[in-house]
Structures are given as structure tokens and as C-alpha cells.
Design a protein around this ligand. Structure first.
Ligand code: HEM
Length: 478
């Protein structure tokens, strides 16, 4: 036996002993039932098979009916506990940093960057989060962002031509991208540099959601290339700010503010900006597209929205006002129900990635330290034991004095987690709701719309309309 063969023999022996030890350890644990699938691949391919976004998909359906709402599997290359249980999901999110920790696949860090908020944990996550929350605070929403959201909504809606077919998903992306690009780096909509960045971002996004194969021609490889172009662009903007010595007007944008008020390194600022652009435009644009889709199938909800928004705009006209105010936004009660129902049924973010950092016992089951844990929030939102007829778009279920069905709005809220929860609750929650409400305001006051071709939201598991949600729009002025 050569030296190399001997070393390989020792390594294999160590691996076998390690696996036997782990198996023995696991035998003494009360793991949830489940199937670990194929060696290495586990059940990942079946788990990721696309399905209609308003359902939980065949994989989840079959596993829940066979094993219950908490089961074990092998996903994304790791032994995993999957949870469709509302209580366990809340428990996982609230124990972030104590029993569980955010743990996205390594490929996400590769593309979003090692300083991205999605992959950071501990103190560094807390510092980045504080900066983001500061920029997305309620005070800034009132004083600054409401106006910006209104402006960017109108830029998009004013470009819609009477009786034409538009691709609602692209339009929603245009709106949220322009808003974030201006808020983060003062980029103006329609300018060549903004359009160029948007183009790179589309390639980048395709890679974020594709298989992480860094091979010539793959979406992932192209996205890595786009990432470096986008980073160069942001770096150039940083240099401009440094040369200008950050004057007052930069305080309204994230980049200028971070350079003046934080001690982040250049690399950290770049990843922060890149991941905020990603988190801030991809999710809320899908939510707006879903809202347009659900509403075209629910004329009663559109009529009720029209009544709510006509009343708001009439009152404004009487006072000679044109721009929406914070008080107007607060009057949009039924609109908030439509937003909640869209997020519940459409499930923009379907599950989160966590890992157990201690041995945990829950409802008699053991979750071993080091195992991946997937709280599937979509499965709770579509659970018939928690939501009446969960597959129906029913915004009235969210009214406090709900008279349609036996649903109690408070019970519904307790099981509603479209923005995650605990110390990692989405930093853009309030901005996303504001964007959706303002967009709905101008949409229902100015347009009627219908599907121009059959299309539906699919979960890949990221939610997408394969045909881009083509709608025919007719102008009206209410
Ligand atoms: C409907 C739209 C949106 C949905 C459904 C959504 C959903 C989520 C979810 C579920 C998380 C938690 C991820 C986890 O715990 O692993 C999250 C985190 C985050 N979201 Fe959103 N989001 C939306 C819009 C936005 C917007 C507009 C922004 C603005 C920039 C934003 C910024 C963030 C940030 C910075 C985080 C990381 C928070 C942290 O780790 O502390 N999101 N989002």
C-alpha cells in the first residue's frame, strides 16, 4: 500500500466511524418521521419542483399527509427538519441566535456577498440591520418615502397606453427598482445609467434563483459576472460621494448616509447596497403583480377598493390637495386587507433557511444541533385548519368585524408571517405595504384591467408569472 493509499484508507475509515457515530446518536433521538431520500441529493429535486403558487405543491402535500406537519428530510445537501407547523415556525424565528441561526445555502453568499444581510449572523448582522432600519424607518416613510413611492407609481402608470397589453410583472419591477435605485443611490428613472444597472440586475437575479453551477454559459456564471459589473458601478458612485465630501443632499440616500455615518469597510458597503437593492425590489414587485392578478379574478374586491379610494381622492380635491398624505394612507383600511390576503395566498417568500445551533426538543421531537431547519411559512398560510378555505382570495377575512365566514381576524394575524419574524423580521415590511397601497390607489382610480392571456403564478420556489402577467388596460377616471 502506497502512502497516498494509506492516507485515503485512514480518511475513509474516519468517515465511516463518524457516520456510524452520528447514526447511533440519531437512533437515540426521537427524530420526526420522514424520508432522507437519495444519498447526497436527498429529496432536494422533488422539493424544488415548480408548482402553482397558491398551493403548497405536491411534495409538501404528500409529506404532510404521510408524516405530519413536522418531518425530517435531506435537503440542500444537509439533514433537515421541515416545519409546516405554525407554533414551531414562530418558535424557530423567535429563538434566532439562541437555538437557531439563519443559514442560507453557500451559493447565496457567493452571489449576494459574504456581507449580505441574508447571510450575516451575530453582531455584524445587528449593525447592518440597524443601518437598514434607520433608512426604512416609519419617520422616513412619512417624511420622504411616501412622496417617492407616489412619484414612481405615477412614472409607471402614466406610461400605460389606453387599450394596450402590458406585462404587469415587468411594470411592477420597473416601479420597485426605480424606487430603490433612487432611494439608495439617487439614480433617476429613465437615465441611461439607471437602465444599464437595471439590465445587469435582471441577469444577476436570474443567477440568484438558479442552480449554483459555476460553469461556462450557466445563469449562475453570468450572474457572477453581472455582480462584479454592478459592484464596480456602486464603487464608482462611492468614489463620487467621497470626492464631493457628502453634502446635505446625500443624506436622503442610503449610500451617502452610510459613508458619512458608519464605519463599514468598502466591501461591506458594496454588499449592503447590493443586497438592499435585491431585497427591496424583487419581493415587492412580485407582491404587486400577485395583487393585480388576484384582483382581476375578484370584481367585488375591486369595487370595494374603488369606493375606498374615490372617497380619499374626493376629500383631497375638496381641500385642493393633490399628493397623498400619511392620513390618506391610514384611511386605506380595505386596501390593507387586500394586501394581507395577497401576501397570504401568494406567498412571495415561501420558506426560510435556518439551522439548529443547539439540540432542541419541540412537541416531543428532537431537532439535532447542526441540522438544517426550514420553517415553511406558505404551508401555514394555506393550512385549512387555520384559514377558512385558504385557497380562496378573500380579503374580507382580515376585517376586524369580519362577517364573511367564521374566520377571526386576530387568529388569522397570529399565524400570518409573510415578512418572517423575530430579530430578522423583514426590514422593509412597512415600505412594502406602502408601495402596494399607493400602487393600488392609482391603479383602481385610473384603470380597469383583465388578463390578456392565461397566466398564473408559479413557485420555482421563487414566485414568477411565466408569461410576465400580460393584462389589457382601459383608462377611466374615477
Ligand atoms: C412584499 C414584499 C416583501 C416580502 C414578502 C419580504 C419578505 C422578507 C422575509 C420573509 C424576510 C426574512 C428572511 C429571513 O428571516 O431569513 C425578509 C428580510 C429582509 N427584507 Fe424583506 N420582504 C419584502 C420587501 C422588502 C423591502 C421593500 C425591503 C427594502 C429594502 C426589504 C428588505 C429586507 C431586509 C433588509 C431583510 C433582512 C432583514 C434581516 O436580516 O434583519 N424587504 N424580507
Amino acid at each position: 500500500m502506497s502512502d497516498l493509499e494509506f492516507v485515503l484508507f485512514l480518511l475513509s475509515l474516519a468517515l465511516i466511524i463518524h457516520n456510524l457515530y452520528r447514526r447511533k446518536q440519531n437512533y437515540s433521538l426521537n427524530l420526526p418521521p420522514g424520508n432522507m431520500g437519495w444519498p447526497f441529493l436527498g429529496e432536494t429535486i422533488a422539493y424544488l419542483r415548480p408548482y402553482t403558487a397558491t398551493t403548497i405543491g405536491k411534495f409538501m402535500e404528500e409529506h404532510i399527509s404521510r408524516y405530519g406537519k413536522i418531518y425530517k428530510s435531506h435537503l440542500f445537501g444537509e439533514p433537515t427538519i421541515v416545519s409546516a407547523d405554525a407554533g414551531l415556525n414562530r418558535f424557530i424565528l423567535q429563538n434566532e441566535g439562541k437555538l437557531f441561526e439563519c443559514s442560507y445555502p453557500r451559493s447565496i453568499g457567493g452571489i449576494l456577498g459574504k456581507w449580505s444581510m441574508l447571510v450575516l449572523v451575530g453582531d455584524m448582522h445587528r449593525d447592518m440591520r440597524t443601518i437598514s432600519l434607520n433608512f426604512l424607518s416609519n419617520a422616513r416613510l412619512r417624511t420622504h418615502l411616501l412622496k417617492e413611492v407616489e412619484k414612481h407609481t405615477l412614472v409607471v402608470l402614466d406610461s400605460w397606453i389606453e387599450n394596450s397589453i402590458i406585462f404587469a410583472q415587468d411594470e411592477a419591477k420597473k416601479f420597485t427598482f426605480n424606487l430603490m435605485a433612487e432611494h439608495i443611490m439617487s439614480l433617476k428613472p429613465g437615465k441611461p445609467e439607471t437602465e444599464q444597472l437595471k439590465k445587469e440586475y435582471i441577469t444577476f437575479m436570474k443567477g440568484v434563483v438558479s442552480a449554483p453551477l459555476n460553469l461556462p454559459g450557466t445563469a449562475y456564471r453570468k450572474a457572477l459576472k453581472s455582480r462584479s459589473i454592478i459592484l464596480k458601478f456602486i464603487e464608482q458612485k462611492m468614489e463620487e460621494r467621497v470626492k464631493k465630501k457628502t453634502e446635505d443632499n446625500d443624506q436622503n440616500e442610503l449610500l451617502g448616509w452610510v459613508l458619512k455615518n458608519s464605519n463599514l469597510s468598502k466591501e461591506q458597503v458594496l454588499d449592503l447596497v447590493l443586497s438592499l437593492l435585491f431585497a427591496g425590489h424583487e419581493t415587492s414587485s412580485v407582491a404587486i403583480a400577485l395583487c393585480i392578478y388576484f384582483l382581476q379574478g375578484c370584481p367585488t374586491a375591486v369595487r370595494q377598493l374603488e369606493e375606498e379610494h374615490i372617497e380619499i381622492s374626493k376629500a383631497k380635491r375638496e381641500f385642493g390637495e393633490t399628493e397623498l398624505s400619511w392620513d390618506d394612507y391610514k384611511k386605506m383600511e380595505f386596501t390593507q386587507c387586500v394586501i394581507s390576503e395577497t401576501l397570504r395566498l401568494g406567498n412571495v417568500v415561501r420558506f426560510l433557511h435556518r439551522k439548529a445551533i443547539k439540540n432542541v426538543r419541540y412537541k416531543g421531537y428532537d431537532i439535532p444541533c447542526g441540522w438544517k431547519v426550514l420553517p415553511v411559512i406558505a404551508a401555514v398560510h394555506l393550512d385549512p385548519s387555520l384559514f377558512d378555505q385558504p385557497w380562496h382570495f378573500n380579503p374580507w377575512r382580515w376585517l376586524q368585524n369580519n362577517t364573511r365566514g367564521s374566520q377571526n381576524a386576530t387568529t388569522a394575524s397570529n399565524n400570518f408571517m409573510p415578512f418572517g419574524g423575530g430579530p430578522r423580521l423583514c426590514a422593509g415590511t412597512e415600505l412594502a405595504k406602502l408601495e402596494m397601497a399607493v400602487f393600488i390607489h392609482y391603479l383602481v382610480l385610473n384603470f380597469r384591467w383583465e388578463l390578456a392571456d392565461t397566466d398564473e403564478a408559479l413557485a420555482f420556489p421563487f414566485v414568477d408569472f411565466p408569461k410576465g402577467l400580460p393584462i389589457r388596460v382601459q383608462r377611466h377616471a374615477l
